[in-house]
Ligand binder design. Structure first.
Ligand code: HEC
Length: 116
């Protein structure tokens, strides 16, 4: 009995985090919002037409990064919080607070999380 429990716990611990949590939000709407807010004026955003800005880091493979903004563990909630308040990690961050609404940030992150 005890052994079964330990086995279950071990299996649960082996699960990769991205497999455990399905991506929340509407990635298609997120992609439109990225165009609308002009995130690509500062970032290369694969799949988004137009400017390929070089002010900020390229967002290619951003979903596969372990750390974002130099110190935040990469997760959907952290990335969402960061887009809502880019100065949260560094008050001198040149990434502006664009006034993105919480539901919009969630959808933007859903799109960015397709960039593995
Ligand atoms: C004026 C330029 C500018 C605009 C516009 C901009 N960003 Fe940024 N962004 C930056 C800079 C610069 C950084 C790096 C900050 C740092 O690491 O301290 C950054 C960092 C990021 C990061 C973290 C990436 C990583 O790997 O660390 C994400 C995610 C991000 N931006 C998403 C967005 C989204 C989504 C938008 C549009 C809503 C946007 N940015 C608009 C300049 C910009």
């Amino acid at each position: 009995m005890k052994r079964t429990l330990i086995l279950i716990l071990l299996l649960a611990a082996c699960k990769r985090p991205e497999a455990a949590a399905p991506v929340a939000g509407d990635a298609n709407r997120g992609k439109q919002l990225i165009e609308q807010y002009g995130c690509n004026s500062c970032h290369i955003v694969p799949g988004v037409e137009g400017a390929k800005g070089m002010v900020g880091p390229s967002l290619e493979h951003v979903a596969s990064r372990q750390i974002i903004a130099s110190k935040l563990p990469n997760s959907q909630p952290n990335m969402t919080a960061y887009i809502l308040n880019p100065q949260m990690t560094n008050p001198d961050n040149v990434m502006p607070n664009l006034g993105v609404k919480p539901d919009e940030a969630r959808d933007i992150v859903a799109y960015l999380y397709t960039l593995k």
